[in-house]
Write a protein that binds this ligand. Sequence first.
Ligand code: GTP
Ligand code: MN
Ligand code: MN
Length: 584
Amino acid sequence: MASSLEALQHWVNNVAALTRPARIHWCDGSDAEYQTLVQQMLQTGTLIELNQQTHPGCYLHRSHPSDVARVEHLTFVCHPDEQDAGPNNHWMDPAEAHAKIDALFDGCMEGRTMYVIPYCMGPIDSPLARCGVEITDSPYVVANMKIMTRMGAAAQARIEHEGSFVKGLHSAGELDPERRWIMHFPAELSIKSYGSGYGGNALLGKKCHALRIASNQARQEGWLAEHMLIVGIENPRGETYYVAAAFPSACGKTNLSMLIPPASYLQDGWKVWTVGDDICWMRPGADGRLYAINPEAGFFGVAPGTSDATNPNALRSISHDTIFTNVALTADNQPWWEGLPGTPVTDWQGRPYDAANGPAAHPNSRFTVSAKQCPTWSDMAEEAQGVPISAIVFGGRRPSLLPLVMEARDWTHGVLMGAAMGSETTAAATGAVGVLRRDSMAMKPFCGYHYGDYFAHWLSLDRPGAKLPKVFHVNWFRKGKDGKFLWPGFGDNLRVLEWMIDRVQERVDGAETPIGILPADGELRLDGLELHPAQLDELLDVDNAGWQTELAAIGDYLQTFTPRLPERLLREQQRVTRALDEAD
Ligand code: GTP
Ligand code: MN
Ligand code: MN
């Protein structure tokens, strides 16, 4: 089909006419191309070479100090009809948005190279995968896209064959926070991002395409594009169960996707396989089950806190061929962040480290690494048909009230649990840290349309013939009166996953409560764990009065999506409220 290549060429020509680059480079995705870019960036100072003895192929990038996180207040979803964006998005009229941002793109690439990056989100031969092309003037973006996506010639061939692709235009611009916008045009399958070089704002395949644009495509085509990890749990009998879990940014997706089983589980032969750590696309298969792919090919993970104690698999993955962004340095040029042994000498801004300036590594500093480098990377991650999902898990940082784990009684209840999700805010986005904010399905920053319509779409998957996964809610972050976490978390989270799988297999009954099904006495495997019985009681405590207040708050929150809030969700909130009243 020559026409699709022409459409691509035509768009590239138009962009070049607007941005006026000195050169245009079509990326082929080869290792040689990557190495050439790295050498150029070392020369310009965009990359800094790390200790090649300890970290071969590893480089550091320092972003502008004002450009270190996603900028939700500058992120717009530009549907033709404002109502379609919903109260969960910032909206701008598409014509106005184009005019505003095109004025910034005008001539912005003068004297620079414009890179054309064809990429595929998902295994290149997967019917669930979707393609896009990002145009950028940032070689750092090209290098990251090479690691994070299937980028280059194969993707371009699929685009030429398929015809449709998402158009993403990016320029780092002047990195001026006053001249920075991230605009999405779902009806045109296009994205325009100006003035930021930071991951979520600049690597357009990730949050912009795979979540904000794809959530719109998913709604139209009957699938889900979600902010979820995908992990495979293999039991000693060799059976693998796949779990997809949605936690807000910096709440433990990367950790859970790479967890290392506790010693007693390892002895018994349990294994954990990583399929994805951030994004999950899933679609009902012919048998009615949901099948999931990870649209990404790499990890863009939070560095601080990543250590041998918390995530040894991540640490091993990033021992070579990794790009670090905004981490600190040791005296011998090794990357360093809070949570690692050793001492920082240079902070993330390149200044001599001084505790008075705050953390040595930026709290949202990241590593970019190919998923293939992860010791637990699953063979099934390349499976074109995806993996069957047995359980969907929601969770967030809730210092009180929310139990360690609970199961929804059915799909509708599960959708309510997801919609009601809340979490304390973290450093992954600019703004105050530690405030409770509702973040339905961990998609508040990423759902590219009205949350009311989104809840209705989730509910619509419950149809004749569907064999939907069980839905759970977890909370690794409940704190005791001493202010410490009650649950050890990390590897020990497998204990909770095992209970979920036991529930899927109907090997245990659980205990019914007004808020859902909790583990009954003895159902959680706790061998080898130092957990006081009183601690476990607290982790599984259901505080009826507290929950009545919570349900009222959930009701108020849901009402903000009127008139598009599905009646069925409101009735479910009322059902749980009544169950609490009756148990009181
Ligand atoms: P994004 O990549 O931004 O979407 O975030 P993420 O969900 O992948 O977050 P990540 O796995 O990087 O989690 C980072 C933070 O969660 C770190 O501070 C970890 O220490 C903490 N964390 C992860 N798992 C656990 C756990 O089981 N218990 C506790 N207490 N903390 C955890
Ligand atoms: Mn994320
Ligand atoms: Mn992550």
